[in-house]
Ligand binder design. Structure first.
Ligand code: PLP
Length: 397
């Protein structure tokens, strides 16, 4: 599984924080990704040559900053292979949480009427549940009663229960919120099946926090017929405090965040442009192949170690499982040790140099007793790190 430069660690060498700490393995990229030198350089260049406010001022630095922000808006459309860039809008946010809340508050609330229903995930990241429930409360205060229904979920597959979708979709279904790749189970949530079930007219909002930057997200693919793509720039190698909402503006009113927007995070937006350039140069396909191969290598070891329980779809674990690639895990493996509490396991792993996530992972409906250990990978992780981790996990058997 060499994949050329990836196998030789050449891309890893572009991440200064990783080369400065060869004794550590960063395995928490689902929380936030490390930044390549190209992104750090773009930030440095911007701050030392151009820094000014955007959309205000008439002098060259201010004009240049405004141009840069608009260029990154266009870059987001290109990165997502937007088939109708003249129609869509891109709104910058601080991350997925803020983006989903903006869609709920500024777009969905004005759209809903008494008796309408919306379908949202109750087992995904709480950032993709809270905003829709808040919208329901806001409407209730105004005397409008809206029903929030749970997207049916199938624990055995770690996917939505697409067969049961028909039971919760009705003539008053006005909106669906879904997740592209699950942040705990790492599986592709097969949004095309939701589109097939709800029909061509119902808007779908996609939480793409775990897919953008990790795998191709192509809006020109008929299987990705969604109306909003919401993602965190910082999980796609841009600076913290960056993200975006892409809106297709084809089903329902155009997405226009309300209220005075204030000064944008100009340096974060510049970093997002540089990150998308870097990711496109490496190739989202290649990144997905690499992280999927590393994931399979880890799960192939872990599933034979009796004390470990891997969460999510058991049949996606085997390298030889008869599944289409879309159902493979995308760079995320979450597990428990049947005897060692997960927070202890997190500490033990750090004592061996592995930085993993060990808590309830912000999953809606989960509480502290649901602790687990999540290993999440990116293009800079190596076969050697996975083999070292497997050896430590084996030694804890
Ligand atoms: N949605 C998913 C699937 C996530 O994994 C995360 C973060 O882990 C979020 C939403 C929230 O992203 P942010 O903290 O950048 O707002």
């Amino acid at each position: 599984m060499s994949e050329g430069a990836l196998g030789r660690g050449e891309l890893r060498d572009q991440f200064p924080i990783l080369t400065a700490h060869p004794e550590l393995a960063y395995l928490d990229s689902a929380a936030t990704a490390q930044k390549p030198r190209a992104v750090l350089d773009a930030v440095q260049t911007y701050l030392t040559t151009t820094n000014a406010n955007a959309g205000r001022g008439t002098y060259p630095w201010a004009n240049r900053t405004t141009e840069l922000v608009e260029a990154v808006r266009q870059r987001v459309r290109e990165f997502l292979h937007d088939p109708e860039p003249a129609r869509s809008t891109v709104h910058f946010t601080g991350g997925t949480t803020e983006g989903l809340r903006a869609v709920a508050r500024d777009w969905l609330v004005p759209l809903l009427r008494d008796g309408d229903e919306i379908l949202v995930p109750f087992t995904d990241h709480r950032a993709n549940l809270d905003p829709w429930q808040e919208a329901q409360r806001l409407l209730a205060e105004r005397g409008t009663s809206v029903r929030v229904r749970a997207l049916p979920y199938q624990p055995s597959s770690g996917d939505y229960d697409h067969r049961a979708l028909g039971d919760v979709i009705g003539p008053r279904t006005r909106f669906v919120a879904a997740t592209h790749v699950h942040h705990v189970y790492g599986g592709d949530m097969n949004v095309h099946r939701i589109r097939a079930a709800v029909g061509p007219d119902v808007p779908i909002c996609l939480d793409a926090a775990q897919s953008v930057g990790h795998q191709p997200v192509r809006l020109d693919d008929p299987d990705l017929d969604v109306d909003f793509v919401v993602f965190s720039g910082h999980k796609a190698m841009a600076l913290p405090g960056t993200g975006a909402v892409w809106a297709r503006n084809a089903r329902g009113p155009a997405f226009e965040p309300t209220g005075w927007q204030g000064t944008p995070n100009t340096v974060g937006i510049v970093s997002l442009g540089a990150a998308l350039d870097w990711l496109d140069a490496v190739g989202p396909d290649r990144i997905a192949r690499w992280t999927t191969a590393l994931t399979t290598r880890l799960t192939d070891r872990l599933r034979h170690l009796a004390p470990y329980e891997i969460l999510g779809c058991p049949t996606s674990l085997a390298a030889d499982a008869p599944l289409p690639p879309a159902q493979r895990r995308h760079g995320i493996v979450t597990f428990r040790h049947r005897e060692i509490p997960s927070d202890d396991l997190g500490f033990i792993l750090y004592s061996h140099g592995f930085m993993v996530r060990a808590d309830s992972l912000c999953q809606a409906g989960a509480d502290e007793r649901d602790g687990s250990v999540r290993v999440s990978l990116h293009v800079y992780n190596t076969v050697e790190e996975i083999d070292r981790l497997s050896a430590v996990l084996t030694s804890l058997v």
